[in-house]
Design a protein around this ligand. Structure first.
Ligand code: NAD
Length: 258
């Protein structure tokens, strides 16, 4: 029960890393608020958490929509009374270098990945400030610190998230609001599965093998591996993790073996 009774908001919690974090956080005693555009999977997950006797709600909201972001946080605080942890995890991707990347894709990815975190934080920080405490975990990516081909806008968005995290830590640590970033490498979630199906439809198995070969341990991370890192950052064990950029990537950014 490492985060017992903490009210944890997980954006993008209907799938992948967010879903795994919701399940793990609930197991560790947290009260869960899933914020997502996907109400089918979100409601299903909340139903399962409640069946396991956890306290959980689903709030349908697009994090990049100002009115929706504000309403989501207001509704959550009305329901639970406090706001202990926000895992700003909702994210989207697009493939291509700066030439291939269409303007619409650039705007869509920056809007969800960067504006979404800004908006949720914009409305979460004043609530945490009033309470006198809070933790915000922003989902960046290893791509913020190493280049990867054909991911121009995704890399730009995750780099922005890392920079924003450090700026937020500088601004809000003295208010007892802890802000950290999580930088996962490749995690086998619907996010990556969809990318592989779209781009390597003729040989998805080989594409998965190639991803594994990038790892120092030749294994692909699961959403649960990232959820454990998020759990640490969400817990009071991480009280000295201020502006921390926690990389968890199977060694991809640490070393290369030829
Ligand atoms: N999968 C990876 O390899 C990987 C690696 C590093 C970082 N990440 C980051 O982790 C986060 C989660 O990724 P995942 O792999 O679990 O993806 P996923 O696609 O499985 O889940 C993302 C969730 O975000 C939701 N979402 C998308 N746009 C939204 C919006 N505007 N408002 C609210 N919800 C929205 C989706 O409905 C979905 O439930 C993303 O920020 C992603 O960039 C993923």
């Amino acid at each position: 029960m490492r985060i017992q009774n903490k009210v944890c908001v997980i954006t993008g919690g209907s799938s992948g890393i967010g879903e795994a974090s919701a399940r793990l956080f609930a197991k560790e005693g947290a009260k869960i608020a899933i914020v997502d555009v996907d109400s089918v999977n979100g409601e299903r997950l909340v139903g399962e958490l409640k069946a396991d006797r956890s306290d959980a709600i689903f709030v349908e909201a697009d994090v990049s929509d100002e009115e929706a972001a504000e309403r989501a946080l207001t509704d959550i605080v009305k329901h639970f009374g406090t706001l202990d942890v926000v895992l700003n995890n909702a994210g989207v991707s697009a493939v291509g270098d700066v030439v291939d990347c269409a303007v619409e894709d650039w705007d869509r990815v920056m809007r969800v990945n960067v504006r979404g975190i800004y908006l949720i934080s914009h409305y979460a920080v004043p609530i945490m400030r009033r309470q006198g405490y809070g933790t915000i975990i922003n989902m960046s990516s290893t791509i913020a610190v190493i280049g990867l081909q054909s991911r121009a806008v995704y890399a730009a968005s995750k780099g922005a998230v890392l920079a924003l995290t450090r700026a937020m830590a500088a601004d809000h640590s003295h208010e007892n609001i802890r802000v950290c970033a999580l930088l996962p490498g490749t995690v086998y979630t619907p996010f990556v599965e969809g990318y592989l199906q779209k781009n390597y439809a003729d040989n998805v198995e080989q594409a998965v093998e190639n991803l594994k070969n990038r790892q120092l341990n030749n294994e692909l991370m699961t959403a649960e591996d990232v959820a454990f890192a998020a759990l640490y950052l969400a817990s009071d064990e991480a009280r000295f993790a201020l502006g921390t950029a926690l990389i968890i990537d199977g060694g991809v950014s640490a070393a290369k073996v030829f």
